[in-house]
Ligand binder design. Structure first.
Ligand code: MG
Length: 264
């Protein structure tokens, strides 16, 4: 390890994917090189995302196609973090409401429509129907607990804003009077999973993100150092005068190597 890393308080990174490494299937200029730089200097990092429509295998394909040479073990997604949390807590059976290939993260569980221990809710998108919403409702009323892969209100599509699964989770919470356990960012559990994998304490890890709520406030709440990049979502946020957060603002992830090499 080179000397400047030894001198920095930050020894490892959690790096958000969407809006930080790429936007709309295009890598952000300098992002591939920034990741290569971390690898070359043996700085531990994980790529983290709240995406619940894809498994890590799909995410990996996408990243590799854009030129990022990473390994599946370096991706921490909300579905994977949820599967780890369920395993750590001895859960055996679930019912899964999601689409895409998210189910691949839950292969070690018994997936059942009959009294599962947990109802796991991801982004069900266009597959949402009254019938499947009501099925989730009945399971929770029957005693199953509710785990939300994330609780985002909406997201940006090519065609405009779109309702995200947080609104669906809120509907189920309202109807059942139960509160969902949320595992994706900004939940503390998500960041704890990341720290556990990196095997570093929070004060030595920086979260690099473009989302004030999910990335910056979430990570700061778990005790991490926070770096906002002004790509993706962040352009719509202004730093509040009385806030110390984010601890650092960079124009984009391309500036990360320079920041690491700077004194202090
Ligand atoms: Mg993002």
């Amino acid at each position: 390890m080179v000397s400047w890393i030894m001198n920095k308080t930050v020894k490892g990174f959690l790096i958000d994917i969407d809006g930080v490494l790429y936007i709309e299937r295009q890598a952000i200029r300098g992002a591939v090189e920034a990741i290569q730089y971390l690898q070359k200097n043996k700085v531990p990092f994980l790529l983290v995302t709240n995406t619940t429509r894809r498994s890590r295998y799909s995410l990996l394909n996408n990243l590799q196609r854009l030129g990022f040479k990473i390994d599946i073990a370096q991706i921490l997604s909300a579905p994977y973090a949820a599967a780890q949390w369920l395993k750590d807590n001895g859960v055996k059976s679930i019912s899964l409401f999601s689409r895409g290939d998210t189910y691949r993260e839950f292969k070690s569980f018994r997936i059942t429509p009959n009294k599962p221990e947990y109802v796991v809710i991801g982004d069900i998108g266009e597959d949402l129907t009254y019938a499947n919403l009501n099925q989730a409702f009945r399971l929770i009323m029957g005693g199953s607990k509710m785990l939300a892969l994330q609780k985002n209100r909406f997201w940006q599509r090519n065609t405009g804003l779109a309702i995200d699964s947080g609104a669906i989770v809120a509907a189920l919470e309202y109807a059942t009077r139960q509160e969902a356990l949320v595992i994706g960012k900004p939940s503390r559990e998500f960041f704890l999973q990341g720290l556990k994998i990196l095997n570093l304490p929070p004060e030595h890890v920086a979260m690099v993100g473009d989302d004030m709520e999910a990335d910056i406030l979430g990570a700061a709440g778990a005790g991490l150092y926070t770096i906002a990049v002004q790509t993706g979502k962040f352009s719509s946020y202004a730093r509040e005068a009385d806030s110390e957060l984010p601890h650092q603002v960079l124009a984009s992830i391309a500036e990360l190597p320079g920041w690491l090499e700077s004194p202090g």
